[in-house]
Design a protein around this ligand. Structure first.
Ligand SMILES: [Zn+2]
Length: 296
């Protein structure tokens, strides 16, 4: 199931809520900002061509950040229309012992399903890690629980943690939540017990890392089986969101004589049921040549 769609209500947050922030929390988050983030040091950032790009990107991103941090209602609090057109390459630190910023793999286990397409058409926005019901899942990094609760269709018992490096992490399918929203957590703090609530076929953790509300693939940075972080920095650029182009592009197919829902579904690697639903048809429908069908 496309979890983004389940929880994907886009709702702008009123400006007053951004302005009337509890000042203490804001200062706490600022104090945790790693050196290279969020455009405080403009001289260094603009001194090299790549730095310039970085700074230009951050300047625009900073307008969006408060929404990511302060929304208390939606998992997808901030989702730009097309992140690829506004983002400049950024490097985000996941681990910095000098700054006391650490990354802890949330749970050790075999990866059952990775980031990307499943069954040809269904996009999985996270990494599924096998666990036993009741296993402790911990926060990956220091941060604030932006959202915690129950999502009926998708995540089950879940929480979203906003981190001062600009990332968010999402954890789903808990059997029990151990945190509340607005709670501050340190990397390694227990946040939930593993389970299989929501859209899940067996006990596992659904783990997402998001930047500006968009999930990104971090599988190359993490070794879940051994519980090890493989890279200290995460590089993000427009390329990191290349998958969105395919996901969000709508594709039509014009039916030729002799074609059926079956043959078209095979051709595009989608199920008949999905193809029919996408076009408001029943799976038994007979097609007529020239008919235009949405296939993605
Ligand atoms: Zn998952």
């Amino acid at each position: 199931m496309n979890l983004r769609r389940v929880s994907g209500k886009e709702e702008p947050i009123p400006l007053e809520e951004v302005v009337l922030l509890p000042m203490q929390r804001f200062i706490w988050l600022l104090s945790l900002l790693p050196i290279q983030s969020w455009a405080t040091d403009s001289t260094r950032a603009t001194s090299s061509p790549s730095g310039k790009a970085l700074y230009a990107g951050l300047e625009r991103l900073s307008e969006e950040l408060p929404r990511v941090w302060w929304d208390r209602q939606w998992v997808n609090a901030c989702r730009p229309k097309d992140i690829r057109s506004i983002i400049a390459p950024v490097r985000i630190r996941l681990e910095d012992s000098m700054q006391g910023f650490h990354f802890v793999v949330p749970v050790k286990g075999r990866v059952a399903s990775g980031f990307g397409y499943r069954r040809g058409w269904q996009f999985h926005f996270g990494i599924d890690v096998e666990l036993r019901t009741g296993d402790t899942v911990v926060a990956a990094m220091d941060g604030e629980v932006r959202l915690a609760g129950y999502d009926r269709g998708g995540y089950g018992y879940f929480c979203v943690i906003a981190h001062p490096n600009g990332l968010e992490t999402v954890y789903g399918h808990f059997s029990r939540l151990l945190v509340e929203k607005e709670q501050l957590v340190k990397a390694g703090d227990p946040i939930g017990l593993g389970g299989s609530t929501g859209y899940s076929t067996g006990p596992h953790l659904h783990f997402e890392v998001r930047f500006m509300g968009e999930p990104i693939d971090v599988s190359s940075l993490l070794d879940f089986e051994n519980g090890v972080l493989l890279e200290r920095e995460l590089q993000i650029s427009a390329e990191s969101f290349a998958h969105l182009e395919r996901i969000r592009s709508i594709v039509y197919h014009t039916v030729r004589s002799g074609e059926s829902l079956y043959s078209i579904s095979r051709r595009y690697g989608i199920s008949i049921k999905y193809l029919a639903a996408l076009n408001g048809l029943s799976p038994q429908s007979i097609l007529r040549p020239g008919q235009r069908l949405r296939v993605r």
